[in-house]
Design a protein around this ligand. Structure first.
Ligand code: FEO
Ligand code: CA
Ligand code: CA
Length: 667
């Protein structure tokens, strides 16, 4: 069921990267074959020693100045200096939650929890009350969408009654129609209104929230004008910007300009910019398109690489609502999705943008940091088995301050720069570590392509095809990638890849049939995010700690929580890494984990919470003092056989399961 609804069964399709980019194994197999212990690592021990503890780099922290911060439980956030607020450096003083299969949000002793917003809750002040039995697309377009994923909280100051207020920005990645509607079979026979409801349940919400008294609890703001509250859906007008805007491959019958797109789809994770906007990755966009007949042969290679239909094929049947979703008739429509979108939550009239300079692929998220010289850097994962890690570096520097001129300048930053793809080279495993060096391979700038035979616009529109020609490293589903604001190191979650064979392992993806995923840690040269080279090492190799192939940053594995399928990452004010999981393959519910990244506690993974049955943990957001945590509980009850008549989860309100954002806070 998860496969069907989340990613259009991408996991069950042939791997869409058929290129013969060299695997590390191909290059150094000869060398490694002499080291039988190492070559056997696909099934055996990863003989890793503890990575070098990394000195904090104050420069890294100061480069994040101006980045919005979640208010802490004890008032406005303060700048972090890399020290834990409670008990010293990197303290994570909670008792881990045990793995479980409970239909609840389980949090450590001493913590409380509450739902902040659930599917169907009012977003716009005129939104009708949610009624599961009488849903309409009109109502849904004003209500909180389905399957919350990325979340960000941007402080607003005090509300009308003195309460502390903030804007919560949320992605609604996809819909589980079989849980949303009674009697759902497929899109072919469903009432058209249900297809429209599903379209309205996609996109994003911007919603004002308020702190309850002086507690750590947050809820939807109940009073005031709430002028920023807004929904973006599959039909909201977007402006396409950057070098590919207006290109022939983006033009359609409905939009001959190639610059105006209706809607955003499958917004998975995202990021916040230092200039106050948010970025949202359009991920598994292939599943929204169908073909009533074979598509134009000129599109076949690209469509195959993106998992899009090429022959007569049925998808969600959204073409019953709007013919543009039929690729036999409108092949370019698919090229208008798969981008990173930027919205300005503080301007309810701002037209959202699709930023073509960040490339088109299955964008997991887009996290922003500022290079030493002030340029904006965005890390971008392409979440598919054997796909790549990318990075964008802007041409211009971020302009600080809140002036209108600075804002205009910064709103142009992501349209000009350089797009890179990553190559990870192992240095051999005989040093006892899975580590090595890496380089960022230039794909294009906004003016020049470095990919033979492809123009700038072609590189950006068919980025996967372009990258294939340049020899990057095929990763095990690179998802969230984020820079540690305290240490400057960058962390990439590779969720899993059960299709990697023993012949395909490399030092950065060292396990065949990688069911549990791993986390790569890398340091850009001179800790400058704009650098062209980096060093890397594996930080976590996930799974049951008793499994000899696992590695927990060098920490004593008898003392860690089991963790499987890392997906999203976040940091607290001490630079601890927080990891949410998607698809726990160890038989427990998914959850949120935390670990120090340096010092004696490096690799001491502790489970902070578990989500209800069938759910995935998304969008973790941790206050600097670790006392308030927001988490998006996505697709509770999404298990085979789950329907409104036979729900597999009753979270959070005891009846039908409803995806919801929860906050967790300490006494
Ligand atoms: Fe939508 Fe890659 O998770
Ligand atoms: Ca090595
Ligand atoms: Ca994800």
């Amino acid at each position: 069921m998860t496969c069907t609804f989340r990613c259009g069964s991408a996991c069950d399709h042939p791997v869409p990267n058929p290129t013969d980019n060299e695997y590390f194994g191909d290059v150094v197999t000869a060398a490694l074959s002499r080291r039988s212990v190492i070559k056997g690592s696909a099934a055996g021990a990863l003989l890793l020693s503890a990575g070098a503890a990394l000195a904090p780099t104050p420069a890294a922290a100061s480069s994040m100045a101006g980045m919005p911060k979640l208010p802490t439980a004890h008032g406005p956030s303060k700048p972090s200096h890399g020290r834990g607020h409670h008990g010293g450096v990197d303290s994570l003083d909670f008792t881990p939650v045990a793995p479980n299969k409970l239909d609840q949000l389980s949090v450590p002793k001493g913590y409380h929890q509450a739902v902040v917003a659930a599917w169907g809750d009012p977003v716009t002040p005129d939104a009708p009350r949610f009624d599961f039995e009488r849903q309409t697309a009109h109502a849904q377009s004003k209500q909180f969408g389905y399957n919350n994923d990325y979340l960000m909280v941007l402080p607003l100051g005090r509300g009308p009654r003195g309460s502390e207020r903030a804007l919560m920005v949320i992605n609604h990645e996809y819909t589980d129609e079989i849980l949303m509607f009674r009697g759902w079979k497929d899109g072919a026979g469903a009432p058209i209104e249900q297809l429209r409801i599903a379209m309205a349940a996609h996109g994003m919400s911007v919603v004002e929230i308020e702190r309850v008294g002086r507690t750590g609890r947050w809820r939807l703001a109940r009073s005031g004008r709430r002028p920023f509250n807004r929904r973006f859906t599959a039909t909201t007008p977007f402006l396409v910007t950057g070098p590919a805007a207006g290109h022939a491959l983006l033009k359609t019958k409905a939009d001959p300009s190639g610059r105006r797109v209706l809607g955003t789809l499958n917004n998975c994770s995202g990021g916040v910019t230092p200039w106050g906007t948010t970025l949202h990755g359009e991920e598994n966009i292939n599943q929204y398109f169908e073909a009533s007949a074979p598509v134009d042969p000129a599109y076949v290679d690209a469509f195959k690489r993106y998992g899009l239909p090429i022959a007569a094929n049925s998808g969600k049947f959204w073409s019953r609502v709007d013919e543009r979703f039929d690729l036999a008739k409108h092949p370019n429509e698919a090229n208008r999705f798969g981008w990173v979108v930027e919205i300005d939550p503080h301007d309810p009239d701002a037209v959202p943008r699709k930023r073509t300079m960040l490339g088109r692929f299955k964008h997991e998220g887009a996290t922003v940091t500022i290079a030493k010289d002030g340029r904006a850097v965005v890390y971008l994962g392409d979440d598919e088995k054997f796909d790549y890690l990318y990075k964008f570096v802007s041409t211009d520097r971020q302009r600080k301050g809140n002036s209108a001129a600075a804002h205009r300048h910064n709103m142009d930053l992501l349209d000009h720069g350089t797009l890179y793809v990553a190559k990870f080279t192992g240095d051999g495993s005989d040093d006892g570590q899975y580590d090595g060096t890496g380089e960022w391979i230039k794909l294009c700038t906004d003016k020049e392509s470095f990919v033979p035979g492809m123009s700038v616009a072609e590189v950006l529109i068919n980025t996967r095809l372009a990258a294939d020609k340049m020899g990057p490293t095929k990763m095990d589903r690179p998802e969230d990638v984020e820079r540690n604001p305290v240490t400057g190191s960058v962390y990439m979650a590779c969720t899993n890849n059960d299709s990697r064979t023993a012949a395909q392992v490399d030092e950065a993806n060292p396990r065949a049939t990688n069911k549990h995923g791993h986390i790569v840690e890398f340091d850009e040269e001179h800790q400058d995010a704009a650098a062209r080279t980096f060093t890397w090492r594996l930080f976590l190799v996930c799974g049951d700690p008793e499994d000899p192939s696992t590695y927990f940053g060098g920490y004593d594995k008898s003392k860690v929580s089991p963790i499987s399928c890392p997906d999203n990452v976040a940091f607290d004010g001490s630079g601890n890494l927080w990891i949410s999981t998607d698809g726990n393959a160890l038989g427990s519910n998914d959850g949120l984990f935390a670990t120090a990244t340096r010092g004696p506690e490096r690799g001491h993974v502790k489970q902070f919470l578990t989500v209800p049955i069938g759910a995935e943990t998304c969008g973790p957001l941790v206050s600097e003092d670790q006392r308030t945590v927001f988490v998006a509980v996505q697709h509770p009850g999404e298990l085979d056989g789950g329907t409104p008549e036979t729900p597999k989860s009753h979270w959070p309100f005891g009846d039908q399961p409803r995806p919801a954002v929860a906050c967790v806070w300490k006494d």
